[in-house]
Design a protein around this ligand. Structure first.
Ligand SMILES: Cc1ncc(C[n+]2csc(CCOP(=O)(O)OP(=O)(O)O)c2C)c(N)n1
Length: 265
């Protein structure tokens, strides 16, 4: 299959994320049973560089579209690729409800702490000192902490990685996709044009073990508030087994038990 020419900037950390995703899908052997959705932004271009079926969605709508695909065929693996602007601004409501529903799919957020494709405006996770042409005196308010938000909204798998650590990102993505339930992986990524965080991220990330309870996970998540200061924990913050949306929905459970599609009923 002929894929589109890559138009990311030379040296963009999206290349590392693409490599991690390719490794993950190959190692898990899920190529034939996969659907993807993407948001709009630099991250969303990954849709054109992967040979899988899916939907290149409207900005902020990769999650509800992924949910629709999963309800249409619960036997598929579904992976949603989004940006921090895409999910934490425009799509924030969908993020919270996907965590609550515990639908069995994976959300990967490429978090470069800026709206890159539209030339570097601040997003909800930009640090307060972040300045651009639209925010000359710096971004307002404290950054959102999506890890804490996902934990409190009920996500059953919550992790963070660093884009340029391909080995670690691949390992975490494999575990996220294998997890039964909603898995959220935030990948911290430098944008070398508008928000070059390479030095800060690579010098300050450290790996954590999965917490034994939610309080401990929250405490770990609170260690870093996206101000680009201090140590930055990466790894799986939280993982638990609980009923998925599909298991609670009799018709979907029936399709999964019999490995059927709606049209086969
Ligand atoms: C509904 C809608 N709102 C806004 C836009 C404009 N827009 C296109 S890309 C983009 C920025 C995307 O930023 P992010 O999701 O962080 O992705 P990145 O480019 O950083 O990967 C925006 C605001 C749009 N296309 N559609």
């Amino acid at each position: 299959m002929k894929l589109a020419d890559i138009t990311w900037c030379p040296g963009c950390s999206n290349f590392s994320i693409l490599a991690s995703v390719q490794n993950t899908i190959k190692e898990l052997g899920i190529e034939k049973n996969l659907a993807i959705t993407t948001g709009i932004g630099c991250h969303g271009k990954i849709f054109d560089y992967l040979p899988y079926s899916g939907v290149y969605c409207l900005h902020g709508r990769a999650i509800p579209t992924g949910i629709g695909i999963k309800i249409g065929n619960p036997n598929l693996k579904v992976i949603c690729f989004t940006g921090d602007g895409d999910t934490y601004a425009e799509g924030i409501g969908h993020f919270i409800h996907a965590c609550r529903y515990n639908i069995d799919m994976t959300l990967i957020v490429h978090n470069n702490q800026t709206f890159s494709l539209t030339t570097g405006q601040p997003t909800p996770t930009s640090e307060p000192t972040y300045k651009d042409k639209t925010m000359l005196i710096g971004s307002f308010g404290q950054p959102l902490n999506p890890i804490k938000l996902a934990l409190s909204a009920g996500a059953s798998f919550v992790a963070r990685t660093y884009a340029n650590d391909i080995k670690h990102t691949t390992e975490i993505l494999k575990q996220a996709i294998k997890h039964k339930g909603f898995s959220f992986v935030e990948i911290l990524q430098p944008c070398i044009i508008f928000h070059d965080t390479r030095k800060i991220l690579s010098e300050n990330i450290y790996k954590i073990n999965t917490s034994k309870n939610l309080d401990e996970a929250m405490k770990k998540a609170s260690e870093y508030n996206y101000n680009l200061k201090g140590k930055i924990p990466v790894g799986i913050f939280w993982q638990e087994e609980k009923q998925t949306l599909e298991e609670q929905w009799p018709q979907l459970k029936n399709l999964m038990d019999k490995n059927l599609m709606w049209k086969d009923l």
